[in-house]
Design a protein around this ligand. Sequence first.
Ligand SMILES: Cc1cc2nc3c(=O)[nH]c(=O)nc-3n(C[C@H](O)[C@H](O)[C@H](O)COP(=O)(O)O)c2cc1C
Length: 199
Amino acid sequence: MQKEEFYQLLESRKSIRKFKADEVPREVIERILAAGMQAPSGKNRQNWRFFVVTGEKRREYLKYSQKSWLGIKDILAQRLKPSLYQFTERFFFTLGDAPVIIFAYSHNDSEERYHTSIGSVYMAVENMNLACVVEGLGCCTMGAPLEIKEDVDKFLGVDQLSEYKKGELELLCALVLGYPDHTPPKAPRQLEGRVTWLK
Ligand SMILES: Cc1cc2nc3c(=O)[nH]c(=O)nc-3n(C[C@H](O)[C@H](O)[C@H](O)COP(=O)(O)O)c2cc1C
């Protein structure tokens, strides 16, 4: 890959919140997961755990997504202009009709510091965002399920796992993905005040 292509890939990634009905082939989802698992991780513990939800189970999740909206809507009502607020509300109710939801968990055990465990999983999540671009898919990383963490743990059956019972499995985010059905503008980046150089 040329240097320019790499930077172009980073720049072209945008959160997509409206998807076509087309299913995503399983081998494509598997490549995206494999891209995620190429990420670095603290002590190479590869402490990410992914739960892939499609089909009827995905449809069933919508009622939880709607519940997560209740935890966020008041903050967004203050921050977003009305048209964007309505779009976002609809997105939470439908997840933009995304055919695939991948829930990302961190396995936090005593072998590794908490923050490096969490950070490792988010590195995998960014790899997956970029793999979606390469695959012609759109993706939106969502922290919203954290509003209803325990519901999601039960919905996925994560609460039955031994690591969960030891308090070691933590939901970090969901990725909704599918073939894009809109082309939103690039969200602007603010560079000022983000970097301090020292000599
Ligand atoms: C950790 C994390 C959580 C996010 N949670 C949500 C969410 O719950 N709902 C949503 O619509 N977008 C969510 N986003 C997407 C951001 O709003 C988006 O990345 C940001 O506005 C920049 O836009 P861009 O991704 O198009 O560059 C989340 C992104 C990250 C990294």
